[in-house]
Design a binder for this molecule. Structure first.
Ligand code: F6R
Length: 244
């Protein structure tokens, strides 16, 4: 794993946007795996700027997102599809038909998982962006999810519900289930870029890089990926800096 510890959130976002831009310009039909949450917001902002100033186009890009809450759709402000439109899709030239997320409103969730799995078979990610849960989750693959998992419905852990409550009017409004890309489908990406900032991620970052590769820390599987880069700010990387 290539590890970059940078000064702050802006530097993390700048390097991440550069990495995305390289894949977009260097690939004929680029497929980007995207994440939501607070971590990649700055990266999306910089990519939007590049697009607005004519430096980068997403016209030929296809996107596949990691996850979506069960029961939320585009009209719900806290849904991930809403987040993606607000932060990225509606501000760039990407055609909406090229964007994909699991459908949290699907009536038959098993069927929806199968559909998304097939879609990922068709659109293998050239680059997958990942944030990191403070409990070591990637996508919504919570601790003790099988490394062989494919797209599935997950019961969110109490710590994830607590962490994500900041986006909702009240903790009781946080959905308890989500559809997530599985760990096997994340690992199938040609390249992976993990981003983390803030002191609350320091332990998870350390476990991901130096911990035993074990399902109790889903992100530890990334040690096995041949092309994985981690970009962290100094606070999230604090425990890495102390390793001799
Ligand atoms: C989001 C996702 C999650 C987040 C993680 C970190 O699509 O899959 O794994 O990346 O929970 O969230 P933030 O960035 O809000 O700290």
């Amino acid at each position: 794993m290539k590890i970059l510890v940078v000064k702050d959130y802006y530097d993390m976002s700048r390097l991440a946007a550069q990495a995305v831009a390289e894949v977009v310009t260097g690939t004929e039909k680029p497929v980007l795996g995207l994440a939501t949450g607070s971590t990649p917001v700055g990266t999306y902002k910089l990519l939007v700027e590049m697009c607005k100033t004519g430096k980068l186009s997403f016209r030929n890009v296809t996107t596949v997102n990691l996850d979506e809450y069960v029961g939320l759709g585009k009209r719900d402000e806290q849904s991930y599809v809403h987040f993606m439109h607000e932060n990225f899709f509606d501000r760039t030239d990407i055609p909406e038909r090229n964007t994909n997320l699991p459908n949290g409103l699907a009536k038959d969730l098993d069927k929806e998982c199968a559909r998304y799995h097939d879609l990922l078979g068709e659109y293998r990610q050239d680059l997958q962006i990942l944030g990191l849960g403070s409990n070591g989750h990637i996508g919504f693959n919570e601790p003790n999810t099988s490394f062989e998992s494919t797209t599935h419905v997950v019961d969110l852990s109490q710590s994830t519900i607590r962490d994500n409550a900041r986006f909702f009017p009240h903790p009781s409004c946080v959905p308890t289930r989500a559809i997530t890309m599985g760990i096997a489908e994340i690992m199938n990406s040609k390249k992976i870029l993990v981003l983390a900032n803030g002191a609350n991620k320091a332990d998870a970052v350390y476990q991901m890089v130096y911990g035993e590769i074990k399902e109790n820390c889903p992100a530890s599987v990334l040690q096995r990926h041949p092309e994985c880069t981690l970009i962290v700010d100094e606070t999230a990387g604090a425990r890495l800096l102390n390793v001799k």
